[in-house]
Design a protein around this ligand. Sequence first.
Ligand code: ADP
Ligand code: ASP
Ligand code: MG
Length: 431
Amino acid sequence: MALEVYKFGGASVKDAPGVENVSHIIQSNQVEKLVVVVSATGKTTNALQQVVQDYFDKEKDPFVKLNEVKNDHLNLVKSLFPNNRAAVEDVMDAFVEIEWMLEDDQGDPYDYFYDQVVSVGEVVSSKIVQYYLNTLGLNAVWLDVRDVLLTDNTYREAKVDWKETERRIFQKCTVLFETHHIVVTQGFIGSSSENFTTTLGREGSDFSASIFAYCLSAKALTIWKDVAGVLTADPRLFQNPSKLDRLSYREAIEMTYYGAKVIHPKTIKPVQNKSIPLYVKSFKEPKALGTLIDEYVSESYPPIVVFEHAQCLLRIATRDFSFVAEEHLSLIFEKIAKHRVKVKMMKNTAVSFILSVDDDPIKVKALFEGLNAQFNVSKESGLELLTIRHYNEETIKSLTSSRVILFEERLPNTIQMVVKPIDTLKLKDEV
Ligand code: ADP
Ligand code: ASP
Ligand code: MG
């Protein structure tokens, strides 16, 4: 029987009309068996992140921000199902556990504490969607993803235990679909083998949906966004980028890996591995075709522009003018892996090695200190990585004429440059 997976992000469920719209999309598509993966509403994850920060900084009362989040959710549920007191209570009860945690001063590590608190955003949003679907008479059941999506305990960046996750998702969903048409669950979160909540990394709900699609060998995965589909550039930076009707998995993984924020880069592999078509569609225009990502290979893509912000350049030079030889490279890579630094570009010269990496202050500082004992290391922050796939000289010229290029690499169909950013408002180029 046909099974599909839908994913709805924060923007789609940010308020009552949003939840109603999402529910009508689900209702009108009439999929026989549907798994619905939901992210936290609107900016809830950022707000909960602030709660955690306030708890650790000890300067502000974390309950102030938490109460704002609770109030927003209370207003939302009261307007969506005013007569279902049990549902309102069930949603609001989800906050109790984190209130206990915030009252305690246990000295828990930051990353662990973060995951326990921030994950409540997805728990409440998925409950809200499930209750609303049932008020429409749809037969939806709520699944706690922490019962099925198993990870290691790398809090804030947990790695999936694929074998156990596949077994549990398949088993649990098979049982739930015997009595229900729709399973509503959470994106972004999972559980460690000790039963503590973990998260898969910011914006990870797309990846969660892809995990479900893989484990259930879904017929299709549809990710519903506030844009028409995958565009040739970020519409927040460029005027009128065009929509790509169809993309290969390869093209999609390259674009998203280098910073196209439309879908999380980890989303592609699970669906590619089982040849599951991935649709990116607009929840504002649900009947429109959107973008289809599959095995299709096009010979003629237009130029696709991607910016990755918050990059830094690390220049690593040998101290005694010896070559950057095998043993140096092996040491550098070992430290990169140890500190989980994300490398976007690299190049070696006779006596130095240059890297452009995501500027995560804690990880980069640890790498810097780890290398500084043996090498002369310098760091330049506040940079951007500009990637142009299927470039032509005109596009390169228009994007680089007012930028300082610090590091460049050109391959037959991709050019990448680490550049000093300019005021993005001046950017409004046509792509
Ligand atoms: P979600 O609601 O799932 O969290 P996001 O807001 O994270 O969705 O992602 C959608 C946003 O991604 C769009 O609003 C758009 O501004 C941005 N975006 C960046 N690059 C692209 C691109 N190439 N194509 C489409 N959207 C893009
Ligand atoms: N709510 C999480 C975040 O904002 C996960 C997601 O939206 O995909 O990062
Ligand atoms: Mg998002």
